[in-house]
Design a protein around this ligand. Sequence first.
Ligand code: SAM
Length: 371
Amino acid sequence: MLMSDSRFRELAIGELERITECRPIRTLSILDKYISILETDTDILERYNRDIKDNIFSYALVSLIDHDFDADRISDLSEIVKGVLPKGKRFRIFVKNFVDIGMTQREAEISIGVKIESANNPVDLVNPEVAVVVILSDRAMIGVSYDENQNYAITSILHPKNTERRSQINRSEVKLAEAIAYFRIDTDRISRCIDVGAAPGGWSDIMLRYGKSVIAIDSAMLDYKALCRYGNVMVYVPSEEAGLEGLVSRIDSNIGVERIENLKVPDGVMLIHIKSNADEGIIRRILKETKADALLVDYNLTPPESTKLVLNLSELLSSNGILVFTIKINNRNVNYTVNMAIDAISSIYRDIRVRKLVHNRREVTLFGIKR
Ligand SMILES: C[S@@+](CC[C@H](N)C(=O)[O-])C[C@H]1O[C@@H](n2cnc3c(N)ncnc32)[C@H](O)[C@@H]1O
C-alpha cells in the first residue's frame, strides 16, 4: 500500500506507473484532501526501495492503521504507535499534520517518541531502522517504513540529508543536480545551455562544472567571483547600466563587460551573462548568434507567465534539446497548474515528466525534450 499526498496523487500515480512500466496503481481511497491511499501489488513494493525510494509524492507504509483522531488528544496516539513499532528496532517518529494540533510537528514527535522509547526500542534520529509515520488530518494514519535491508523505503520519509556543499552558490543548485540525476539527463549531449532566471548563478555553476558553456539571462547580478573560476566571463549590460563596467571588471581579469547591443557569443567564453529580462529583443539577438542544447528556466513568475516564457524561449533550443523548468505552485491545485503547463508545451516538447524534487519547496520541476 502506498500513501500519497492527495494534492500530488495524479502526479504520483503517473510517475509510479512510468517507473514500474505501467503496472496499474489503483486509488484505494481518498481519505481527505491531504491523504490518499494507493494500492498496488507487492512486486512494485519490492522495487520501491530500488527505484522509487525518494519519490516524495508518496510513502510506502506497512501495518497501516486508520484511526479516528481528535486533535486535542494527541497523547492517545502513543499507544497506537507503540502497537505498530517492531520490537527491538531503533526508531524515529515522523509527524506530518494538516490540522492544528496545538504544537509543532517536532513537539508532537518528541511527545509520542519519549512515551514509547525503551532500552529495547531506542530513538535514533539520524539512522533509524524503522520510521513510524503519523499523518494527522481529519483522521490519523499511522504506518511504518523500514530501512534499506527491508523492502520499504525509509529514505522517502527521512528529511533529505543536507547535500549542499560549502562551495555552492545557493540551494537552487541542488535542485538542478537532483533533476539531472532523477531525469537521467545525459550531460554529454549538452555543449551549450541557456539558463534563464539565472541569478545568482547556482544552475550556471552546475553546468559550468560539467564543462558546458552557459548563456545566463537575468536582470540581477550573478556571483561573478564564484563563476569566473571556470574560465572567461562576458557580462552584457543595458546601456543605462554602463556604470557597472568598472565595478564588474574589477572583480577578476577574466571578466569582460559590454553593452547588450554588441552581444556576441565568442568561442572560449565559458559564461555569458545577459543582464536583462528574457524579452523578445534578447531572444532575437541570441538567435542571431547561436542555439543551445539545454534550456534551463528557474523564474519566480506565476505558472502561466513562466509557461509563456518557456514557449517563447523554446526557439533558442535545438531539436532534441533538453528543457528543465521549475513550475512554482502558488495554490493548492497542483494537478491543474501542472497539467496546464504540460498542455501548453506538449506540441513543442515530448517525453514530458514532472517531479517534486526533494529540494523543491512550493514548486515542481518539469523535464522535456524538444521535438
Ligand atoms: C529562483 S531565482 C533563480 C535561481 C537560479 N536558478 C540559481 O540557481 O541561482 C529566480 C530568478 O528569476 C529572475 N527573474 C524573475 N523574473 C524575471 C524576468 N522576467 N526576466 C529575467 N529574470 C527574471 C529573478 O531575478 C531571480 O534571480
